[in-house]
Design a protein around this ligand. Structure first.
Ligand code: GTP
Ligand code: MG
Length: 138
């Protein structure tokens, strides 16, 4: 599809970087289809990151993702999933390219400012985790 899902993570939201990140996203040609500020309980973070439940960092990740408010959004653009992963940069900000969101705003491998779906299938699953059809503009 031409849609992806993103979260501005607690570190970036807490530092007041939401506006600057949304500006980078829109400047890169993504259109906002749904948007909200919310928070994840540890249980909801655990559900969202089910795919990582066997990874050694799963408990830390769920704790971190429930440590403060986040912003969730659905974004539209041609080639959305791949282009958005390019815009956010490498998972570890030490490896993130210049001009990427993580290069500019991430503070560590865990507190890396932003999430981007890794496939069309997961973009749909993650979008439906946060948003009803009613929340999404056409
Ligand atoms: P997302 O867009 O957030 O899914 O990041 P990603 O796809 O670049 O990375 P991945 O899905 O592999 O990991 C999910 C998240 O877990 C990362 O964005 C980090 O916040 C965190 N993470 C990944 N690897 C580690 C690690 O080795 N240690 C810790 N503490 N956190 C990690
Ligand atoms: Mg991922």
């Amino acid at each position: 599809t031409n849609r992806t899902f993103t979260m501005i993570k607690p570190d970036a939201f807490g530092a007041g970087n939401t506006g600057a990140i949304l500006e980078m996203i829109e400047s890169a040609g993504f259109r906002i289809i749904a948007l909200k500020a919310t928070r994840l309980s540890p249980e909801l973070a655990g559900q969202f990151y089910q795919v990582h439940k066997e990874r050694p960092f799963y408990a830390d990740l769920c704790q971190y993702m429930s440590s403060g408010p986040i912003v969730a959004a659905i974004l539209e653009k041609s080639n959305a999933v791949a282009d958005f992963r390019s815009l956010i940069g490498a998972t570890n900000p030490e490896n993130a390219a210049e001009g990427t969101i993580r290069k500019r705003f991430a503070t560590s491998l865990e507190a890396n400012a932003i999430h981007g779906s890794d496939s069309d299938e997961n973009a749909l699953i993650e979008s439906n985790f946060f948003f009803s059809a009613f929340d999404q503009i056409g």
